[in-house]
Design a protein around this ligand. Sequence first.
Ligand SMILES: OC[C@H]1O[C@H](O[C@H]2O[C@H](CO)[C@@H](O)[C@H](O)[C@H]2O)[C@H](O)[C@@H](O)[C@@H]1O
Length: 614
Amino acid sequence: MPDASPFPPIADYGFLSDCHTGALVAPDGSIEWLCLPYFDSPSIFSAALDRGAGTFRVGPYGASVPAARRYEPGTNVLETTWMMPGGWIIVRDALTIGEWHDADGTEHVRPPTDHEADHLLVRTIECTYGTVPVELVCEPQFDYGADVASWSTDVDADGHRFFDAVDGEETQFRLFTDLRAGIEGDRVRARHIMREGETAFVAMSWTEELRGPRTALDAFAHIDRTRHFWRLWLLNGTFPDHPWRVFLQRSALVLKGLTFQPTGALVAAPTTSLPETPGGERNWDYRFCWMRDAAFTLWGLHALGMDWEAEDFLQYVADLERNPDGSLQIMYGLRGEKDLTERTLDHLKGYENARPVRVGNGAFDQRQNDVYGAVLDSVYIHTKRSDHIPERLWPVLVDQVEAAARVWCEPDQGIWEARGAPQHYVSSKVMCWVAMDRGAQLAEMRGETEMAARWQALADEIHAEVIDRGVRDGVFRQHYDTDALDASTLLIPLVRFLPATDDRVRATAEAIADELTEHGLVLRYKVDETDDGLHGREGTFLICSFWLVSVLSEAGHADRARALCEKLLSYAGPLHLYAEELDSESGRHLGNYPQAFTHLALINAVSHVIDDAG
Ligand SMILES: OC[C@H]1O[C@H](O[C@H]2O[C@H](CO)[C@@H](O)[C@H](O)[C@H]2O)[C@H](O)[C@@H](O)[C@@H]1O
């Protein structure tokens, strides 16, 4: 790992979201990732993937390390405090959310709620002591860093100046600021010495009419409303009075921040191609909705008492165009797009030269047989609380159970989306059992007794085969034809296939803890034992380490579960955010960020440990 990397460590980025798109903010106050107008749109600031591909900095002139950064408690509003030789300033950043309003150009498939994204990035500056020179440098590059911006400027009827960032003929966004700014080629820049008590703002608008705050007062009001939105939302959850509550709340805020409000979809992460291996090729686009990631996310939110998002996601599922046989793809675009063809962006150098940078995701048309169980389990968990299966969803569910019944004995790519030869993955079979088992219980609830009996009989058959063919020397293996271990078998007790106290489950957890770990952190599998079609090593997989915490807890090893959980929490980024993987040697986060997988598993693990303590 280069010491003098020009890139911030991945876990040092702050994450902003308005449930339409997300941004990454570097510690020095630069926005280094933002896709407009949606998570899956092309990025306009891409410095996280190439230092020359666009940034937007607000901060003190001549300094890059702030005194402190935090989220305002209970919000996704980022607060950065700077101490300079002459004084102190506070910068607040948010993708703002306000009261419901129409006519912003977004097509909402889900019915309106009380709130809606403003389609604004608002950045306020407050000088709290002394004098501080501040600067604003906005240097977008459109289409993932391929096109430089041209700028024009004008004043509105009230004399407020604004700047339009233009891509070819089209205005992409408008910049408002009360700093005296000017155009310098492809960027807008301002410098000003702020004095104690003074405030300033800059706002980017991509609303249809390019509306935005004209005054600092108005900009601060946008931040206030956004703070209010997040705090109100967080009140939907139940959080224990415990020192680790802050991790639960931050994880919940991340998961909500990964939801796509217009349709009810959820992205796996807001980024593409943050590398899983330093300098390596394991770089993927996560700005899509995986059935698995979404279902697990809802499981995490449900554990905190938050079910509203599940309603929206299930309606999104009901809207999806399915395969001719009625089965679902393993993932879709945020508006239900079926074709997510992968391509590389060769003009981008990649985070610390990890290439290629990919957009789209070639896993979209893979066979991953766990998809049916993921969806059924999600519906089952949600139905237990609401005691109601949305009528329009039932035929979709029947098709998914029948699909699982058809394919469970076929090999697939597994839940890790291996790009090698298909195998009889144990976790895929277990999730097919989940599909049949939950399907049977849902059918029973609906009074479909014949269907329930038929599905339960097949669930029993799958169960028996997995135990017969998936276990060797008392340990669950990765697939039927290998002795290799795979952390996805930790799902066996978590989805209630067998209890954690079962000897085979205990032995599997012990084998994983002993043989599939680096410095006590869990790998999903060993790359040299698994045909994943890729080169190079990868980091330890955080979802797997958190799963191990939950399994140890359920197996009665409360002390070990707590110790591992404490260790994992100690690796959190400075803002309590996590990427997908951790390099166990350096403790650096790897992969897309912040990732739903890690945060949802954290919620379950931390909840287990807190419950153990009584
Ligand atoms: O390991 C190769 C695969 O890596 C990615 O998949 C991972 O991320 C998904 C989204 O969070 C998750 O559902 C999956 O379980 C993970 O293995 C990538 O998306 C794949 O294209 C790639 O083959």
